[in-house]
Design a protein around this ligand. Sequence first.
Ligand SMILES: C[S@@+](CC[C@H](N)C(=O)[O-])C[C@H]1O[C@@H](n2cnc3c(N)ncnc32)[C@H](O)[C@@H]1O
Length: 202
Amino acid sequence: MDIFRRIGSQFRKPSGTLGTIVSDLMILGNRSAYKTLIKELTLDPNDKILEIGYGPGIGIGLISKRFQNCEIYGIDFSELMFRRATKRNSQLIKNNKVHLFLGDFIETEINTINFSVIYCINVIYFWDDLQKPFEKVRSLLRDDGIFCFYMARNEDLTKVRFARNDIFNKYSIEQITDALKSAGFSEADYNYKHGYFIKAKK
Ligand SMILES: C[S@@+](CC[C@H](N)C(=O)[O-])C[C@H]1O[C@@H](n2cnc3c(N)ncnc32)[C@H](O)[C@@H]1O
């Protein structure tokens, strides 16, 4: 496998030494996306939130700090990320503020429902089909719930060597809004800041 493809596959599911290096890059690169996401969110005390693909767990910590009265759930299918995120957020987990799970969001049965917000940063490229995951997100949201996510622009992704392969689905914003509509979301807005922040209402 060529080196750029190997790096790209580590962004999809980090493992081993290369996965550790790539997850350090995520910490450096994605903090600002989480900060922008936090500005977009309005939450009430006791709300439940779910992050899909929490990676090294930096967003879990930032969001928990900002919304201290909420409970944060997370699911990621990389064992390495599960270990790193668990270590990083150990105190919050002990205090029952954060609940982290290891598993594939698409395949894992999730018993907690009625999330007020489900969010993900840099994850949807790895979903070859958007219908099933979007429908699943919608089914886990409460009636006034919001799905909020960040993705890079497809034109920008094609400029990145490690993303120039079929590991990364390069969705256009039109494909995303159409997929949200066909999954049953009632409304989808987006704004652009280095990438797209998309907000969809159940
Ligand atoms: C590019 S990383 C982004 C990590 C983190 N959100 C960030 O921005 O720093 C993608 C993450 O999503 C996880 N992931 C990808 N597809 C997933 C799926 N179907 N179910 C659960 N986790 C998934 C990967 O293991 C990885 O940790």
